[in-house]
Structure formats: C-alpha cells, structure tokens
Ligand binder design. Structure first.
Ligand SMILES: [Zn+2]
Length: 197
C-alpha cells in the first residue's frame, strides 16, 4: 500500500476546511478514513498540538457529538507541553514583563485596544532552529509580541538613559514606577517608607 496521510492529519485537514462550522462526530470519522480511534486523534490535536477544537464540554450550545474549530491559531506553547512549574519560574525570573516590548502582565495592551497584557512563553532560540522547551531557552513574551503585532524588539535600555528618562517623567509617573518597583521587590508602600530617606 502506498504511504498516505495519517488519520490525524486527515482530521486536521477536515477541521481546517470547516473553520467556524459545527461538525458532527460521524463526519469527523468519515474524514479520518474511518479510523476507530478518531476521538483520540481529536484529543491529540487539542492537547499536543494546541488546536482549539471545542466540544460540548467547552460550549453549552454544542451537542455531545458536535465539534467546532473556530480558528487555525494554536494555543501558545505553555498550554501544551511546558509545565506550570517551568512557566511560573520563567515568569518570576522575567519579572512578569514581556522581554521584547517591556509591557507588564495586566497592563493595558499597547497594541490591542481593550485588551490587557497577557504573557506567554517565547523561545529564545526558535524551536525550528533547534531550541528546546527548557527554562533557559524560554522567556516571557506578551501575546502581541508573540503574534508578531509588535515587530520591533526594543533593545534593553541602558542604565544612564533609563535614569534620565525617569528623571524627566512626571511625579505621578515616577510614583507609579516606584510603586511597581516596590511591588516587584515585595515591599509595601507606606507613608513612613516614602517619607524616610
Ligand atoms: Zn511584548
């Protein structure tokens, strides 16, 4: 028999050609070439490859034999195979700040209105170039940078220019910065702290 597409690829092709459309389990099985384990392949597409295939467990308006793939966008890597512990460690190390644009988790997203900054795991050496999922090859990157919305990776500011910028900032902005720094370094602002020294 000549080599043909595996059932998982056939199922993926089927979902991708029906983006945004509810499909039924028998259609998926048919598209898979009649694979007995089609449901398992669907799970693999979700859990290992990050395709956001929705079922009745995700959306109340879907029936038990209904599936829906709304987007061909796959979930960022951390949701798939980077452990929670690794992710937490990398976020902590990077100060919950995007290492490309400097946005902090929870800030207003500078690139997408009405969205707050969410951080994901980015690879320092891309996987296509042999990079792996080890903590040393990971860094916090915001969704916008991850999606390539912010094309410019700003160079890290050097200390002299950074301090100059801070000195030129308004008192309110300086206070906001101080607050952020104290929070980052786990110190609480009290009047006493602010007044002493
Ligand atoms: Zn960013």
């Amino acid at each position: 028999m000549s080599r043909r597409k595996g059932s998982k690829q056939l199922i993926l092709d089927f979902f991708l050609s029906n983006l945004g459309k509810v499909v039924e389990s028998r259609e998926i099985q048919l598209a898979s070439g009649g694979a007995v384990e089609w449901a398992r392949r669907v799970r693999e597409l979700r859990n290992e490859e990050g395709y956001q295939i929705l079922s009745h467990k995700d959306r109340a308006d879907l029936k038990p034999n209904h599936y829906l793939l709304e987007t061909d966008k796959r979930l960022p890597a951390f949701k798939r195979n980077i452990s929670k512990e690794t992710r937490a460690w990398v976020l902590e190390r990077n100060g919950y700040t995007c290492q490309m644009c400097g946005a902090a988790a929870g800030d207003a997203d500078p690139f997408v209105p009405n969205r707050t900054v969410r951080l994901t795991m980015g690879h320092i050496l891309d996987k296509s170039k042999g990079g792996d999922d080890s903590p040393n090859n990971l860094r916090a990157v915001c969704m916008s940078c991850n999606e390539g919305l912010a094309n410019i990776g700003f160079p890290k500011p050097d200390r002299i220019h950074l301090l100059a910028q801070v000195r030129r900032a308004t008192i309110d902005d300086q206070k906001a910065l101080l607050e952020w720094l104290l929070k980052k370094f786990h110190t609480k602002i009290t009047d006493k702290n602010l007044l002493s020294g």
